[in-house]
Design a protein around this ligand. Structure first.
Ligand code: URP
Ligand code: ZN
Ligand code: ZN
Length: 472
């Protein structure tokens, strides 16, 4: 009998580069051997020729993020990570948000309190920097990067978060000097505000007009400007939640000109379109309000092609969990406000992996290896978690998903988040995780959630390995 804790037999293991038949042995939460006909083990799981991928790394999700009352996110670290685990994700990276006037350290400490003892899977934090004071730029941020908070998000829109170009340049300089990944929400705030006021003056305030206030050119302009700022400082950036053709074209242009620009997209830009925000002035479309907004079928195709051809680095959920009913979510205070006041964001932490496996891999649009690269390996590399996370290799954490390929119709009642809807209700899917292991422990057995709060560990991140090595 071997000294392994667990052996997974007959796996068709998929990594970002290969698919191969093997047994995978686990000890103390790590993969210790990969081979064929490994010795018997007291605990074995037969994968019986099913595909086994690394657990997903969801590098963009929002959990228990502070909000102005009465708004409150439905998912905290308990329900959010439970939902992630049941959908095959074993590491999440939500955001510690600095409020204006708050120290960055205080924001991080507050976010740790929100997570402590609750997470079922491993987690780390990106920072959101809304107030880059000299203290933040010179002391707090460099020190936090040293401590393993090696990525931060910059907003070019939203009144409470947006930074001007000079502030962005300051932050990119810190990223360059100290080795952090800068993520950018690229939308032109002034254009959005101008359009919003005109729509309001014309009485066009229903949810669907959210999309009219954020046409693709506002994303195109901001994407180009973000790349120019990154070029000026000579440091890479990662543009988050890219929605369609015009931003994709900018990123292609930037790459063709030698710029190091990484890009993320999300399920909503593959599966939702402007009609989901409403074809009339009804309120149901509030459920699909997110920014940038979903575009149209032609843009979905552009995003699919860019996933397949390597333009996109990571595929994240951008899970932003607001309930549709009640008073804390999409109907703040029980009202149906103008689109300007509807919380932005949609749920998707549990459906991210299965949607891409079903429609991407089984739909013949991307390879299995590309799936792994986008959902696990590259997010781990982009944010300093690789090779501990995001791959199947000796020494890596035993974060694994065994896939069941079976057809079913997706319903919100099957999901484990605390949100009262999924935008993907009624979709036919061809696969779902049959088993999720986080550091060798089963957290989802295909039918039931089996995790325990507090077993998820906080991860200190290293220097993102997608950044250039400046030590030579
Ligand atoms: O609409 C969105 N995407 N909401 C979440 C916040 C963000 O900007 O990612
Ligand atoms: Zn954003
Ligand atoms: Zn987001």
């Amino acid at each position: 009998m071997s000294s392994f804790d667990l052996t997974i037999r007959n796996a068709r293991a998929v990594t970002a580069s290969d698919t191969f038949e093997c047994d995978i042995a686990v000890k103390d939460g790590r993969i210790v051997q990969i081979g064929s006909r490994l010795p018997p083990c007291a605990r074995e799981i037969d994968a019986a020729g099913r595909f086994v991928t690394p657990g997903g790394v969801d590098a963009h999700c929002h959990l228990d993020q502070p909000e102005p009352p009465p708004i409150k996110m439905a998912d905290d670290f308990d329900t959010g990570t439970r939902s992630a685990a049941c959908g095959g994700t074993t590491t999440v990276i939500p955001f510690a948000l600095q409020q204006k006037g708050q120290s960055l350290r205080a924001a991080v400490e507050d976010y740790h309190r929100r997570a402590d003892g609750k997470a079922h899977i491993d987690y780390t934090f990106h920072l959101i920097i809304s107030d880059p004071t000299p203290a933040v730029l010179n002391d707090e941020l460099p020190q936090l990067i040293k401590e393993g908070y090696t990525s931060f998000k910059i907003y070019m829109t939203y009144d409470s978060l947006k930074l001007d170009d000079g502030q962005i340049l300051d932050l990119l300089s810190v990223a360059r000097e100290h080795g952090a990944m800068a993520m950018i929400h690229a939308e032109n705030a002034d254009c959005i505000e101008w359009l919003t006021r005109r729509l309001e003056a014309a009485g066009r305030t229903a949810p669907r007009f959210h999309g009219h206030a954020r046409p693709m050119l506002v994303e195109r302009e901001a994407t180009h400007r973000a790349m120019a700022l990154s070029e000026l400082v000579d440091t890479p950036i990662l543009i988050v939640h890219v929605s369609g053709r015009e931003a994709v074209e900018q990123i292609r242009w930037g790459r063709a000109h030698g710029l190091q620009v990484f890009a993320e997209t999300c399920p909503q830009y593959l599966f939702l379109s402007a009609e989901d925000l409403g074809i009339d002035d009804g309120y149901l479309g509030a459920r699909c309000i997110c920014s940038p907004p979903p575009r149209d079928k032609a843009n979905q195709e552009v995003i699919w092609r860019a996933l397949a051809d390597g333009l996109f680095t990571v595929f994240s959920s951008d899970h932003a969990p607001y309930r549709f009913e009640g008073t804390e979510g999409k109907r703040p205070g029980g009202e149906e406000p103008d689109f300007r006041h509807i919380p932005n964001g949609i749920p998707g932490i549990e459906t991210r992996m299965a949607l891409l496996w079903s429609e991407g891999v089984l739909g013949g649009r991307i390879t299995r290896e590309k799936f792994v690269e986008l959902t696990a390996t590259n997010p781990a590399k982009a944010y300093g978690l690789h090779p501990r996370k995001g791959t199947i290799a000796v020494g890596a954490d035993a974060d694994l998903v065994i896939w069941d390929e079976r057809s079913f119709v997706l319903k919100n009642e099957q999901l484990h988040h605390a949100v009262d809807y999924t935008p993907y209700e009624g979709m036919n899917l061809g696969a779902w995780p049959g088993l999720t292991l986080c550091r060798g422990e089963v957290v989802w057995d295909g039918t039931s959630f089996t995790g325990r709060p507090g077993t998820g560990k906080f991860l200190h991140c290293g220097r993102p390995t997608l950044l250039p090595d400046r030590s030579r």
